[in-house]
Ligand binder design. Structure first.
Ligand code: KIV
Length: 315
C-alpha cells in the first residue's frame, strides 16, 4: 500500500477536524522505523538526544553535527511521518544569517521536513525569515529546556496572569510569523487549552494537559530508558530497561557457561571438505579463526583456501 506522507497541511487539517495529532521523538534508524510504522504523525529528532542518547546533563552541549547525524539516521527510517529536526542551542541565536544557514542544512542535508526552535515573540522575526526561505518552522514555548539557566531550572511556566498573557502573545506572534505548529511544554492545562483555542495552527503538548491538538513524548521516557524517575506528565508504556537488562544477563550467562553459541548457531565445513581435512590430520578448528572458517564456506574452492589458512608444518 502506498503511504500518504504527513505534511504541515495534514497537521492543520487534523486540527480543523478535531483529530488528535500523535508525535514522538526518535534519534536513530531502528526507532524511527518503529515509530513511523506505528503510525505516529510527527517525529521529532529532539535535542533531548543529548540527554537520552549521548549522556549529557542537559540539551545545551548538543551540536549541529550531532543533530544532523541523528536526523539523517532517522530520515532513513521514516516513510510517512512529518519529520522535524530540533535546532540545537547556539545554532540560531547569534545571527539571522547563521540561523538560516543552519536551518537550511537540516532541510538540504538531513531530510528533515521542518525545523523546531525554542522561544516566543522574540523569535517571530526569525520564524518569518525562515518561512520566507521556504523552511517550515515548528515553534516551542513554555518550558524551553535551552533556557534552563535563564529560567533557573526546569520549572512549569505560565502560572501567573502576566506569564499567561505573555504565552498568548508568544503564540499569536509565532503563528503570524508563519510557524506551522507550536509545541507547548510544561504549562498549566488551562493555559494550554486557551492557547490551543486561540491558535489556528496546531499545538502539540508535552506536560501541557490533554486539550492540545496533539501530544508528544520523549521516546526514552515512554520506554523507561532514562535511568531517572519520570516527570509528572510522563506515562510509561513499557519497561525496556528491565527487558534489555534480563536479556543481557541471559546472554552473559550463556557465554560464560559456554552454551552460546550452540552447534546449530555455528558454520560448518561441507561433509566432503571435512573428510578431506580429516585425511590431512588437522582438526578443522585448529589454528583457524572462526571468521576465517566462515569465509571458507563461501569461497569457490574451500579446501584450497583452508589449506592456505592452516599453518604449515602441522598435521
Ligand atoms: O528535544 C525534545 O525532545 C523536545 C520535546 C520535549 C518537545 O523538544
Amino acid at each position: 500500500m502506498p503511504v500518504r506522507p504527513v505534511t504541515a497541511q495534514t497537521l492543520l487539517e487534523m486540527k480543523r477536524a478535531g483529530r488528535a495529532i500523535t508525535a514522538l521523538t526518535a534519534y536513530d534508524y531502528p526507532t524511527a522505523r518503529l515509530v513511523d510504522q506505528a503510525g505516529i504523525d510527527l517525529i521529532l529528532v529532539g535535542d533531548s538526544v543529548g540527554m537520552t542518547v549521548l549522556g549529557y546533563e542537559s540539551t545545551l552541549p548538543v551540536t549541529m553535527d550531532e543533530m544532523l547525524h541523528h536526523t539523517r539516521a532517522v530520515a532513513r527510517g521514516v516513510k510517512r511521518a512529518f519529520l522535524v529536526a530540533d535546532m540545537p542551542f547556539g545554532s540560531y541565536h547569534a545571527s539571522t544569517d547563521e540561523a538560516l544557514r543552519n536551518a537550511t542544512r537540516f532541510i538540504k542535508e538531513s531530510g528533515a521536513h521542518a525545523v523546531k526552535i525554542e522561544g516566543g515573540e522574540r523569535r517571530a522575526d526569525l520564524v518569518r525569515r525562515m518561512t520566507d526561505a521556504e523552511i517550515s518552522v515548528v515553534a516551542h514555548i513554555g518550558l524551553t529546556p535551552q533556557s534552563i539557566h535563564r529560567m533557573s531550572g526546569y520549572h512549569v511556566q505560565g502560572r501567573s496572569m502576566e506569564a499567561m498573557e505573555s504565552l498568548y502573545a508568544d503564540a499569536a506572534a509565532l503563528q503570524d510569523a508563519g510557524a506551522v505548529a507550536i509545541v507547548l511544554e510544561g504549562i498549566p492545562r488551562e493555559v494550554a487549552a486557551e492557547v490551543t483555542a486561540r491558535c489556528a495552527i496546531p499545538t502539540i503538548g508535552i506536560g501541557a494537559g490533554p486539550d492540545c491538538d496533539g501530544q508528544i513524548l520523549v521516546f526514552h521516557d515512554l520506554f523507561s530508558l532514562t535511568f531517572a524517575p519520570p516527570a509528572k506528565f510522563v506515562r510509561r508504556y513499557a519497561d525496556a530497561a528491565t527487558f534489555f537488562g534480563s536479556a543481557l544477563e541471559r546472554y552473559r550467562t550463556d557465554v560464560t557457561s559456554r552454551t552460546f553459541p550452540a552447534d546449530a548457531e555455528s558454520y560448518h565445513l561441507s561433509r566432503e571438505v571435512a573428510a578431506q581435512v580429516k585425511t590431512l590430520g588437522v582438526h578443522p578448528d585448529e589454528g583457524v579463526a572462526a571468521e576465517d572458517l566462515a569465509q571458507s564456506e563461501i569461497l569457490d574452492d574451500p579446501l584450497e583456501e583452508f589449506r592456505k589458512l592452516v599453518p604449515t608444518g602441522r598435521g
